[in-house]
Every structure is written in structure tokens, then in C-alpha cells.
Ligand binder design. Structure first.
Ligand SMILES: Nc1ncnc2c1ncn2[C@@H]1O[C@H](COP(=O)(O)OP(=O)(O)OP(=O)(O)O)[C@@H](O)[C@H]1O
Ligand SMILES: [Mg+2]
Length: 395
């Protein structure tokens, strides 16, 4: 795992520095901030710094503390041994007790994330879900990830099926840690990501993912910053969610940029797929929604299923859901699951493998809209929806 960590930290990074940033900043160093919509400059100082984050003193203007909400975008200017460095950053956390401070990101983190064009380097966060269980989500997520990797994309699977997280089992890889170790502050994202066959990476989930709500703003800022590492070094994150309309699943869907709903031709799988699309609609889900028909008998069978379902969606929900394609029902799929060897690796010439490659090509065929919130946006939205749920339930 150290390899992935080092690759992300230093290898792929074409930023301004190659040495560790902690050498460059010191407590008391001056930093000048301006908001993006005004020319007023605010002067403050570094009160502490870690590998990814800097805590800065809360600035004062005409004797009053300048209060910025978390998420405020700022231009920062800081002097280092090479001269003055200007960078754009964001308030990630606030601490108004004791030493009053804001937490912002280290410039080296931002420069790494910003490698190339920031807009185009944002990771697509795509949730894969279904109304009915057992329709083939996990199998498809794994094989789709491999197909996308073959097309040159850097793909991570985040296993968020809280009931039966089994991506690692199906890929026959061992994971020592999971996402909750990250929330506890014990591990970084790079420690828990596991390289898997097919040139993809797995981030194991855990039923403790709701622990996200227990994090203090400051810890959350750290989680954000570690997730931010993925924006720019990964192209696509596929989320394997559980089936059905539980609060957890709908939170994952609402936080994603895009959602793929999977159905089989069975009427109750179709009805449940419609139900999921309806729940997203009722909750004002802004994610781009897509459909895959799995276990089809033929192309005609799949197209008919998609046509029927999408006609109902257009009529009742007035939604535009994109049909991505189908995968044929084939016993080779089941065999590859039993062998813990993904279809795209074990039977790359089979019909369903060809179907999955076509879906992958379709998924990346259109120029990607950069409105995506990326990984940081995903985890921020998730944090707030879990918090909202807790409030609603009076917890
Ligand atoms: N195209 C296919 N042809 C034949 N069998 C398939 C196909 N797709 C999936 N299956 C089989 O369906 C079963 C369920 O698949 P999978 O575990 O991927 O579903 P799931 O939607 O993730 O289930 P859960 O809701 O329990 O997480 C597996 O045994 C798999 O082999
Ligand atoms: Mg599954």
C-alpha cells in the first residue's frame, strides 16, 4: 500500500515542490487572504500545520472577527523561501474556542489536485444501485470498473453495501482496513485502498459509515482533505450500494453526481427500479440518472424492458434517464463469481463481457460535464445528509 501512497503523494504529482511541505511553513508565518468576490485583504498567521492542512488564525476587520462558513473559497498568498506563492483554497473547518482558527488546505495538496485543468480532473462519483436485491450490482460494478480501466481510466470501487460488503471477496483480495478506520483518523485513504486484479482499486466500506456524523468539524476537515487526494488522481469512483430504499442508500445516491440503476427483465425488479427512481425524484436528486438492464435474454428483450420503464419514468416523473445498455444472462457470469475471477479477466471474449465493454464505452463517450462535485463534494453531501437524518430522528 505504501506504493499507492507514494505514487499519489509524489509520483503522479507535477506540482511546484518535490520536497515535503512541512519544511516550508512555520507557526507564526504570515498569510494574506482575499475572498473571490471582494478585493479586501485579510491578514492572518499560521497557528499549526500538518501534512495536508494549515490552521490559520481568524482574521479581524475593524475590530471584529471575520466569520466565513465552511466551504468559503479564498485566494491565499504566502511567502516561502522561493518567493511568494498564491493559491486558491477553501475553509474546511472552523474552531472558535481557544486559539480561534480556520483550517485550510496545504497549497501542495491543492496543486497536486489541480494538476492539469482542475475542472477536467474532477473525479466522477457514480453510484450503482437497484430496487430489488441480487440483480447483479456487485458483479457489474467490478466488471465495469475493469472495462473502464482497460479504456485508460483510473477507477476506484467504494464498497458501500452496508449489509453485505463483498467486493473484496468477489475479487479475492484481502483488505485489512476499511473506511471507518479513516473516519477514526487511524488510517489515510491511501492506507485502506487495495489494488485489485484488472488494474483497479478497492476502498472497503463498513456498516460503521454513519460514524461520519460523529466527527468534529476538525476531524471532518481531515477526512475531506484525504478524500480530496482522490480528485485528480482517480477518474471514476464506482459506489456499490445496497439494494432498496433505506435511508443510507438514498443518502449515497443523493450525494453522488451520477446514479446507475440496474434492473433485470423481471416485472418486480422493474417495479422496484421505478420505485428507486421515484424516491430520487421526490428527494430532489440532482444526479444524472442512468439505466442498465442485466440478465437479458436478448438485445430485443433488454430494449423492450428499457423502453417500458423509461416511458413510465418520462410520463410520471418527467425525468430524462439515459439507457446505457444491457448485459445478457449467461452462466459464465455466475461461474466467474464462484471462481472469484471477474468475467472480464476470465472470459474476456464472452458475450456479456462484450456487453459490459460497450456500456463502459457509452459511459465515457459523452464529454463529461464538469459540474460534478467530485469526491470532496460527495463526502461533504454525505456528511450533511447523515447529520440531517440524525436531527430528524432526534438523535
Ligand atoms: N448477466 C448475468 N448472467 C447470469 N448471472 C448473473 C448475471 N449478473 C449477475 N448474475 C448472478 O446473479 C447473482 C447476484 O449477483 P450480485 O451479487 O452481483 O448481485 P447484487 O445486486 O450485488 O446483490 P445484492 O443486492 O445482494 O448486493 C450472482 O450469483 C451472479 O453470478
Ligand atoms: Mg452486491
Amino acid at each position: 500500500m505504501a506504493n499507492i501512497g507514494e505514487m499519489l503523494l509524489y509520483g503522479n504529482y507535477k506540482g511546484w515542490w518535490s520536497m515535503k511541505p512541512s519544511n516550508q511553513y512555520y507557526v507564526g508565518q504570515s498569510i494574506i487572504l482575499t475572498t473571490l468576490d471582494s478585493s479586501t485583504s485579510y491578514s492572518c498567521r499560521i497557528v499549526s500545520s500538518s501534512e495536508y492542512l494549515i490552521d490559520i488564525s481568524v482574521p479581524y476587520l475593524q475590530g471584529k472577527m471575520v466569520i466565513w462558513p465552511v466551504g468559503t473559497k479564498l485566494k491565499a498568498s504566502i511567502a516561502d523561501h522561493q518567493g511568494e506563492l498564491s493559491f486558491q483554497t477553501e475553509i474546511l473547518g472552523r474552531n472558535f474556542e481557544g486559539t480561534r482558527s480556520y483550517t485550510i488546505m496545504m497549497p501542495h495538496t491543492i496543486s497536486r489536485v489541480n494538476t492539469g485543468n482542475r475542472e477536467h480532473s474532477k473525479t466522477r462519483v457514480i453510484a450503482v444501485t437497484s430496487g430489488k436485491g441480487g440483480v447483479g450490482k456487485t458483479t457489474l460494478v467490478i466488471n465495469l470498473a475493469i472495462a473502464l480501466a482497460n479504456l485508460g481510466k483510473r477507477v476506484y470501487i467504494l464498497d458501500l453495501d452496508l449489509g453485505t460488503a463483498d467486493v473484496d471477496v468477489l475479487l479475492s483480495v484481502k483488505s485489512r482496513y476499511n473506511i471507518v478506520d479513516l473516519f477514526n483518523g487511524e488510517k489515510s485513504l491511501l492506507d485502506i485502498a487495495v489494488a485489485a486484479p484488472g488494474n483497479i482499486f478497492i476502498i472497503p466500506g463498513s456498516s460503521g459509515v454513519q460514524e461520519l456524523t460523529h466527527l468534529k468539524d476538525r476531524q471532518f476537515a481531515q477526512v475531506i482533505s484525504t478524500f480530496n487526494q482522490l480528485d485528480g488522481v482517480s477518474d471514476i469512483i464506482l459506489l456499490d450500494t445496497g439494494a432498496g430504499i433505506s435511508t443510507d442508500v438514498s443518502n449515497f445516491l443523493l450525494a453522488s453526481d451520477e446514479v446507475i440503476v440496474i434492473t433485470t427483465p423481471e416485472p418486480h425488479a422493474m417495479m422496484d427500479a421505478y420505485a428507486i427512481l421515484k424516491v430520487m425524484h421526490i428527494n430532489g436528486c440532482l444526479a444524472k440518472q442512468m439505466l442498465i438492464v442485466n440478465r437479458a435474454e436478448s438485445a430485443d428483450d433488454a430494449n423492450l424492458v428499457a423502453e417500458r420503464l423509461l416511458a413510465v419514468v418520462t410520463h410520471y416523473l418527467k425525468k430524462d434517464v439515459r439507457y446505457l445498455g444491457y448485459v445478457l444472462d449467461d452462466k459464465l457470469v455466475n461461474r466467474s463469481v464462484r471462481d472469484q475471477n471477474p468475467l472480464l479477466l476470465s472470459h474476456p471474449d464472452s458475450k456479456p463481457a462484450e456487453n459490459i465493454r460497450r456500456i463502459a464505452a457509452c459511459l465515457i463517450s459523452k464529454p463529461y460535464q464538469s459540474k460534478a462535485a467530485g469526491v470532496t463534494g460527495f463526502i461533504t453531501k454525505l456528511y450533511w445528509s447523515f447529520k440531517e437524518n440524525k436531527k430528524r430522528l432526534g438523535l
